[in-house]
Design a binder for this molecule. Structure first.
Ligand code: CP3
Length: 343
């Protein structure tokens, strides 16, 4: 088993920096697009054999150092009674706008939350046993609430932000239910064999530090604390949170994901040595040329230092990314990392 990723998460010495890519299974891959010609996105997520197949595509092609379950942050919400569609981003049939609709959400037992995803984790854990570790994941409560309240993606989710101010108790109730669901869901993924879990808090950075601390941080702390001691590395990813980096340090986790707008050196300075850092190549760099990619990879490796760093993008890979540029990234991290270690 290639354990570089797990060792880096634990801040143990590694012979080279490990690499995986957020959204590594997805539309930039021709073999993914081929599968998608036959099935829609939700069917793909709900069919364990297909989710397994797509999860393995980037591992087989690039030899990355970790696999991530193919699913979406929104899929477990169906088990709470939410009706969902993807066009291509998530669309919620009946956005949650009143207290009554939040009260109607029922948090199911562990075994009833996206059982197809948990089954895929089990199949993958067996399939990958002597290859690379498997990362499970979920959306953080605030980020899930953003879609549930707004009804779809948005630049700045004004209805969510309005709810926090106008009906803080309703917001708390929603965030608490989502936290409870997420604890159960991630625990099930860990029991099924996920060796790490990442909590995606994509939209947390829309809040002020005050609202972040008041609404978003408590449920994240609760989730991460509940997942401690289960044998899985915990990664928290709040990519645009540079306005309140010190608050992230209050999350109990092994790894902090860093978005491309925050320097790794600054993240290290503020967060200290307690966390490994994951990131943070700007996904737009992968739209350029191999020389540009190599130079930026080297710069990031130097900035991060050799220990406690998981190389990744600072956000999901863009669908228009050329395959050759991903290949350039993979060899730059391998060679660059070796050179840094040797120098
Ligand atoms: O990383 C991986 O390879 C695992 C799979 C994964 C997907 N979504 C598959 C997907 C993961 C980890 C996610 C997380 C996710 N989904 C987040 C958090 C991370 C982030 O990127 O900020 C968010 C906010 C979502 C919500 C979502 N789902 C959006 C905005 C979209 C549409 C556009 C897009 O960015 O791709 C989706 C659909 C989706 N989820 C696709 C994939 C591969 C595209 C679906 C298709 O094939 O048409």
């Amino acid at each position: 088993m290639n354990d570089l990723f797990l060792r880096a998460c634990r801040r143990e010495p590694v012979r080279r920096t490990p690499l995986w890519i957020m959204r590594q299974a997805g539309r930039y891959l021709p073999e993914y697009r081929k599968v998608r010609e036959e099935v829609d996105f939700l069917t793909l997520c709900r069919t364990p054999e297909l989710a397994v197949k797509v999860t393995l595509q980037p591992i087989d092609r690039f030899g990355l150092d970790a696999a991530i379950l193919f699913s979406d942050i929104m899929t477990p919400l169906e088990s709470l009674g939410v009706r969902l569609d993807f066009r291509p981003g998530p669309v919620v049939a009946e956005p949650l706008r009143e207290r009554a609709s939040v009260e109607a959400l029922r948090v199911p037992d562990e075994g009833e939350i996206a059982p197809f995803a948990v089954e895929a984790v089990g199949l993958l854990a067996r399939e990958l046993a002597d290859r690379v570790p498997l990362i499970g994941f979920a959306g953080a409560p605030l980020t899930l609430a953003a879609y549930l309240v707004e009804g779809r993606g948005s630049k700045s989710f004004p209805r969510l932000r309005a709810l926090l101010h106008a009906e803080p108790e309703t917001a708390d109730l929603l965030l608490e239910r989502l936290a409870e669901m997420t604890v159960r869901y991630l625990r099930a993924q860990i029991r099924a064999g996920a060796q790490a879990v990442q909590l995606f808090d994509t939209w947390a950075g829309l809040l002020s530090e005050r609202e972040y601390r008041r609404f978003a941080l408590p449920p994240v702390r609760r989730i991460m604390k509940a997942l401690g001691g289960l044998g899985a590395e915990r990664i928290y990813f709040a990519p645009e949170a540079s306005a309140f980096l010190p608050a992230l340090g209050e999350v109990e986790a092994e790894v902090q994901g860093v978005g491309w707008r925050t320097g790794l050196a600054r993240a290290r300075e503020v967060l200290g040595e307690r966390f490994a850092l994951q990131g943070n190549l700007d996904p737009a760099v992968l739209l350029t040329r191999p020389e540009v990619i190599e130079a930026e990879v080297r710069r990031i490796l130097v900035e991060a230092g050799p220990r406690g760093h998981v190389f990744n993008l600072g956000h999901g890979i863009l669908p228009e990314t050329p395959i050759e540029n991903v290949e350039a990234l993979v060899s730059a991290v391998r060679e660059g990392a070796a050179r840094e270690a040797g120098s």
